[in-house]
Ligand binder design. Structure first.
Ligand code: NDP
Length: 297
């Protein structure tokens, strides 16, 4: 049976990070600007700590100015918003990212709203969501941006393709759907209330799974030859019962990878797919923000 071609997030993200590093170097030489990224982490969530560390390391490796603010989990709302205000005013900082989720008691929406939309490199401010929805230049959430780069590099022009996005979150599903629409796809957004989800998915030339349910998308949900983008990151016990009994876990996507690979034309693996593109797109967004703040095209 033919196997789907793997859309390799490692290769694509390395290329993108190299492009970003070249842009950073050009900005420094030609305009004296060093793009600066500030990441704010509140509390000790272990997954967030890993993400924040890699964001700092990758931004430094790309030649950027990089600052990480680590705050205790009992940080108050006013203190956090004051820090965001300082970063908004800091001319050395072009991108601000507040790592989510925030500890209980902090109002995520209010904190995101405090970020200057032109420095909102996570693309979560309502102004950027509105700009994206109305087709204006916006800072776009990093994971959706990464999915689009993978699709364009794999398929080229996306005009007229039927795209189905499973998931309608503000962080992933909605912005991906907006970007696919901008790319002239015919877009369906599916969610937990969608009737006969497998039938909806089978119509897709491009199927994006952003659900958060391990291996939910099965082979008979996928049109032969379709391109499958798996955004899901789910921790599950190892298949090996000995390892599982030791409490060891591994990461899988929302797609039953092995089975779907026998039907799809192209597929992203998990790990090694979309997740790697997310950080690379954060760097790209920081360069974009630095250019726009300096009035450069
Ligand atoms: P959310 O939980 O915010 O949204 C999940 C969406 O899936 C909702 O719209 C929900 O529908 C829908 N859904 C849930 N169950 C079903 C079902 N049985 N059938 C159809 N739709 C369903 O998650 P996120 O969007 O934040 O993240 C989605 C996944 O992507 C997660 O696994 C997350 O870890 C991963 N992720 C990966 C990133 C990366 O870099 N690769 C970055 C960000 C997220 P409804 O709205 O009706 O409730």
């Amino acid at each position: 049976m033919a196997q789907a071609q793997i859309i390799d997030g490692k290769i694509m993200s390395e290329r993108l990070r190299a492009d970003v590093a070249a842009d950073v170097a050009r900005l420094r030489v030609e305009h004296g600007i060093q793009p600066g990224l500030a990441v704010v982490l509140v509390g000790e969530d272990p997954a967030s700590q890993i993400y924040v560390r890699s964001k700092g390391e990758y931004s430094l490796a790309a030649g950027m100015h990089s600052v990480t603010h680590r705050l205790p989990s009992d940080t108050g709302q006013a203190e956090l918003i004051a820090l965001v205000g300082d970063l908004n005013a800091d001319p050395l900082i072009h991108g601000i990212l507040v790592q989510l989720p925030l500890p209980k008691g902090l109002d995520e929406r209010a904190v995101l709203a405090a970020i200057d939309p032109d420095k909102d490199v996570d693309g979560l401010h309502v102004v950027n969501a509105g700009r994206l929805a109305s087709g204006q230049p916006a800072l776009t959430p990093c994971t959706p941006l990464g999915c689009m780069i993978m699709l364009r590099e794999t398929l080229g022009d996306l005009t007229g393709k039927r795209a189905v996005v499973i998931g309608r979150s503000v962080l992933v599903g909605r912005p991906i759907a907006q970007l696919l629409l901008q790319a002239d796809c015919t877009v369906t957004i599916a969610h937990s209330r969608t009737r006969d989800l497998p039938a909806v998915c089978r119509e897709a030339d491009i199927l994006v799974a952003a659900v958060g349910r391990p291996r939910m998308i099965e082979a008979d949900w996928v049109k032969p030859g379709a391109t499958v983008i798996d955004v899901g990151i789910n921790r599950v016990p190892f298949d090996d019962p000995v390892k599982a009994a030791q409490g060891k876990t591994k990461v899988v996507g929302d797609v039953a990878y092995k089975e779907v690979s026998a039907v799809a034309g192209h597929i992203t693996p998990v790990p090694g797919g979309v997740g790697l593109m997310t950080v690379a797109c954060l760097l790209q967004n920081t360069v974009t923000a630095a250019r726009r703040l300096a009035g450069l095209p």
